[in-house]
Design a protein around this ligand. Sequence first.
Ligand SMILES: Nc1ncnc2c1ncn2[C@@H]1O[C@H](COP(=O)(O)OP(=O)(O)OP(=O)(O)O)[C@@H](O)[C@H]1O
Ligand SMILES: Cc1ncc(COP(=O)(O)O)c(N)n1
Length: 268
Amino acid sequence: MKKVLTIAGSDSSGGAGVQADLKTMLANGVYGMSAITALTAQNTQGVRMVQEATPEFLAAELDAVFEDIRPDAVKVGMVASPALIHVIADKLKAYKAEHVVVDPVMVATSGAKLLVDEAIEVLVQELFPLAEVITPNIPELSVLTGAEIADEFAFEQAAKKLAAEAEVNVLAKGGHFADDASDLLVLAGGEGEQWYRGTRVANPNTHGTGCTLSSAIAANLAKGFDLDESIGRAKSYLFGALLAKMDLGRGNGPVDHGWNLHGDFFEN
Ligand SMILES: Nc1ncnc2c1ncn2[C@@H]1O[C@H](COP(=O)(O)OP(=O)(O)OP(=O)(O)O)[C@@H](O)[C@H]1O
Ligand SMILES: Cc1ncc(COP(=O)(O)O)c(N)n1
């Protein structure tokens, strides 16, 4: 059994963050583990409170995992603050972590800030160099490049700029465009690019889609697929989770992470 670790925030409503990651890992056939960076009191309508882990506690979580069940891949989501990013970078380096997927989570769909402004530079300097791929959405790509992104051309240019400047593989997520759901991979240094064209599912419940995609990529990397194949498989899994059209909560609801597991045994 391959093992994957998520280093991310907890979402009490179960649709994003660590909860989305662990469900995604189960549904993608790997053993999931978690090191929690922050607790959020959150539901489909918004984030009410955030309680960060101390750097010492996060370090202890990471040591406990790496000293015992070594992950085959790692997904990094909400990292909250510079002090926590230092700990994550130090530990990933010390344990020579492989297949690191960094989702540079900055703001929840509901508008709540999940990363303090001073942390953005630290994220770029310390975590991006450790990543096999980073997965910014359009607003994150805009913050990271300073570019205004109103159309697909600007999107492509920004992704290329980031991949060239940060020297990291960039999967730019186009989920915030209205007409389709296509993502673009630009390889580090701008050496090649690949579109992952997706049909937009008419589903208003998209809470946690970014978390789900990045942890599905990590799960597939852990299983030995290359980056291209892992992204393709992750997008297919997410497409199914959106297509299941689960409808929970009063706001932007979660997707059905277990859509591919529902056999007779699970029927109620
Ligand atoms: N309605 C949709 N139909 C199909 N795919 C979608 C839809 N919305 C988003 N996606 C896909 O979901 C993934 C996440 O994209 P998005 O740009 O929404 O990221 P995000 O903003 O980080 O997500 P989150 O909602 O977790 O903040 C991408 O692969 C995107 O193409
Ligand atoms: C703990 C945590 N991590 C990440 C997200 C981003 O997901 P979304 O943008 O769908 O709210 C979130 N809301 N909460």
